[in-house]
Structure formats: C-alpha cells, structure tokens
Design a protein around this ligand. Sequence first.
Ligand SMILES: [Zn+2]
Length: 280
Amino acid sequence: MEQAAGSPPQGEARRPGPGQRPRSYKTEAVVLRAFPVLEADRLVTVLTPSLGKLKVTVRGARRITSRLGGHLDVLNRVSLTLALGHRFDVVTGAESAESFASLKGDLDRLASALYLSELVDGLLPEAAPHPAVYDLLLAALRALDGAGAPEAARLETVLRYVELRLLDDAGYMPELQRCLVCGTEIEEGHHRYAPALGGTVDERCVVTAGRVLPLSVDALKVLRHFARTGFAEATRLRLGEALDAEIEGVLGFSLQHVLEREMGTAGFIEHLRTLRRGSR
Ligand SMILES: [Zn+2]
C-alpha cells in the first residue's frame, strides 16, 4: 500500500510495511466478530476507521487470566496495539473505550447490533478503508445503546437507514428517481421496485431480471429522505410497523442481491435472515 511521506493525520492508523520499524502499530476499532481458534486463542474481526476490516489474533484470549480477552468482546470499541504477524497481526494491547453495556443488556437491541455488525462484516472486503462505514456503525451502536423509550421506538429506523447506507457504500445505492428500464422520471404511484435492477421502474416497463415488488409512495418518500440526510436527522423518523415492514422487505431483497453477486454465499444470507428476524 502506498503512503504519502510524513506523519499520518491525528487519529489515522498506519500499518507498517514489510521490513519497516517499529513492527507494531496502534488503531482504534470496533469488534465485529470473534472465533475461537487453537487452544485458547481467538481470531477477531475488527473494523478500523482508516485500515478497514482486519482479522487479528488474540493469543490466550480464552484463558481466564487473559488481560486482553475481556476488552475484545464483540461490539466493543477498543484501542488496539498490534504487532505485524505472519498471517494475521497479533493484538499485544487492548483497552475498551466503549462497551455499550445498555445495548448488550437488552435482547432486541443486542440482536439488532449483532445483525448490523455481521452485515458490515459480510459486505466489506478485508483491508480496504471504509471510514464512512466505521462512522455509520459507531453512530448506530451509540443510538441503539441510548436508554429510554424514544430511542427504542426508532430502533427499526436505525436498521433501515444503515441498510440503505451500506448499499450505498457497496456501490449499490438504489435508484429512486428514474425508471431503470427506460430512464424516464418516476411518477409517484405508478412505480415499482426491482431489486435485481437496483431500484425503481415504472409500471409500463417490462422487467426481465428478478422479481418486481410494489413500493408505496410513503416508502419511496422515506427512502428518498434517507438517501439525502445524515444519520442523526434520518433516524429521528418513526416509521410505524407497516411502513417498516415494507421498507425492510425492499432493502432485504436489495441486500440479498448484492451479497449473492459479490460473495455468492447463500449460507451467509440465510444466517443474516435469521439474525434479522431475531432483531424484530
Ligand atoms: Zn420505464
């Protein structure tokens, strides 16, 4: 990876190249997933702001005496010190900065957060920076962690908004203005949604690829609103059960299409679907 000369900007992590000294680096990260490996080690997938998604090893993490293991719980935001490793870099220091205890104490919110972390893991390639996704995931975790009824009420909005933004980041932002077959502007009420084409089509045009879903004018308006607003504003919206279910269906088919196309992993999609059901 080519890096410009000089020190990196504040907060931007940099992984040393082969042969460079020192052989270690620091970064903050959110823990996406953790797998047990070997005797007591753990392989942890983390998302970092400037290095993207990384798989790192924590030696002895599953021993009771491990100083590192507890800091590296799934969904924690952590400060990491990593030593360059042969296959995976090795965690030599870890300190939890945010552990989202309120979120983890509530089954619905925990299921939602785990679904989002696995979705991020599934959509992002390794070692490619996706700073917008890092910010998005952190904003979602903080929103889900917020205690109190108003926060809980818009849990679904957080999920739907993050799904749309992840599609955007993966290069599959749904078209919401024009017909994807003929290119003319959509006339509200005379439109449908074709996930395999990537968005709206008008009712006159014939779609030959994949299914075609109805999309209410309200759902179209919510998606357009999401497309042009930031996290804080967008997630203030209350969708209501019917509208949420409709948007969930539409974005679900879009995500499925992208995951199949990019990864070809039907098993993973089934796994996500289970998590998604659990988050309701
Ligand atoms: Zn058309």
